[in-house]
Design a protein around this ligand. Structure first.
Ligand SMILES: NC(=O)c1ccc[n+]([C@@H]2O[C@H](COP(=O)([O-])OP(=O)(O)OC[C@H]3O[C@@H](n4cnc5c(N)ncnc54)[C@H](OP(=O)(O)O)[C@@H]3O)[C@@H](O)[C@H]2O)c1
Length: 314
């Protein structure tokens, strides 16, 4: 796969990343079975084999089990750690953490950021995080406190680059102003089922400030293609073409799967969107890579946009 630099940093990634959210097979760590674990390891090994070099995690995925399963996969694949970049996130705390009465909340306190990073390092079994991200904006975010935590992690060698997730452009600006380092990425939901970032200034801000947008759920968690399969033919729709038909027709003309079309649509945006593929099925993990070499062209891109909008352009 072709590679790009993240933001203005020297951290390199393939144009398509692999997301580790589903590696543990369950949200609750107590529900992760040995079968889940074996499937998660197989998926990670398939992603190494397919050539992905950016891997996205969060401390909460599978209650930490996704990171530890990935750590096991790394130990089974000597030499891989040195040629990939590992990203993880912190800042979401579920109810019951740490006390039974503790509420679901976001926590960007310096102590939580630093502690979460150290715990992720232990679970992953690695020396440093390549890209450390804040998962969801904390209503109580103090930019100066976050900047201190990032600086501490950078000085101690625990994390090298820093990014955010689900931030608005103004939240990025407020944090960037306080930070001694450049923020390199904003991980946001973008897909043919979630078009907001195209119009709310998120991608403009990435272009303006040279930050890389990472697209989570590029297939809308699978719903995009489930809908595509169920979509009625265009002729039976009262107005416009259905998204499912547009994707299927373009996929047929390029002789690729619908998933490849949905991912290639994201890759074509000039902001340099990196879609994060989330399947745990080795054949789908490998198939998605085909989007890297597919040129959709402006007309097909707009055809998909129109079908996704369901209304004409002004
Ligand atoms: N920052 C955030 O707030 C945030 C939020 C969510 C996710 N993320 C990141 O984004 C990554 C990707 O998210 P995601 O897993 O939702 O991505 P996705 O690629 O949109 O969805 C993956 C899901 O779709 C299914 N799927 C894949 N191909 C399919 C097909 N051809 N037909 C039907 N279903 C299909 C997969 O099932 P199979 O596994 O069976 O193939 C899997 O359940 C995560 O791993 C995580 O790293 C970040």
């Amino acid at each position: 796969m072709k590679t790009v630099l993240l933001g203005s940093s020297s951290l390199r990634s393939t144009r398509i990343a692999y997301g580790c959210w589903r590696l543990a097979g369950a949200r609750n760590p107590r529900e992760v079975t040995p079968d889940h674990e074996a499937r998660g390891i197989r998926a990670a090994l398939a992603a190494f084999e397919a050539g992905y070099t950016l891997f996205d995690h969060a401390d909460i995925y599978g209650g930490g089990r996704a990171e530890s399963i990935f750590g096991q996969a790394l130990r089974q694949a000597p030499g891989v750690r040195d040629r990939i970049a590992i990203a993880t996130k912190c800042g979401i705390r579920f109810s019951g953490d740490p006390q039974p009465a503790s509420p679901h909340r976001y926590d960007f306190s310096a102590s939580h950021i630093v502690r979460s990073c150290e715990q992720s390092l232990r679970r992953l079994g690695i020396e440093f995080i390549d890209l450390y991200q804040l998962h969801r904006p904390d209503y109580l975010m103090d930019p100066a406190e976050v900047a201190d935590a990032f600086d501490q992690l950078r000085r101690t060698g625990k994390a090298r680059e820093f990014g955010v997730s689900n931030f608005t452009p103004s939240q990025v600006a407020a944090l960037q102003k306080a930070c001694p380092m450049r923020l390199v990425s904003n991980q946001v939901e973008i897909s043919l089922r979630r078009l907001d970032c195209l119009e709310d200034g998120t991608l403009d801000q990435c272009l303006l400030d040279r930050m890389t947008p990472l697209a989570w759920s590029p297939l809308a968690g699978g719903r995009l293609l489930a809908d595509s399969n169920a979509a009625p033919p265009a002729a039976s729709r009262p107005a416009g073409e259905s998204l499912g038909v547009a994707i299927a027709d373009i996929a047929l003309s390029h002789q690729v799967s619908p998933a490849v079309i949905a991912i290639a649509w994201l890759l074509q945006h000039p902001a340099g969107i990196i879609p994060i593929v989330g399947s745990v099925q080795p054949e789908r993990i490998l198939d998605a890579v085909r989007a890297d070499t597919l040129e959709l062209g402006r007309e097909a891109w707009y055809r998909l946009l129109l079908a996704a909008r369901g209304t004409d352009l002004p």
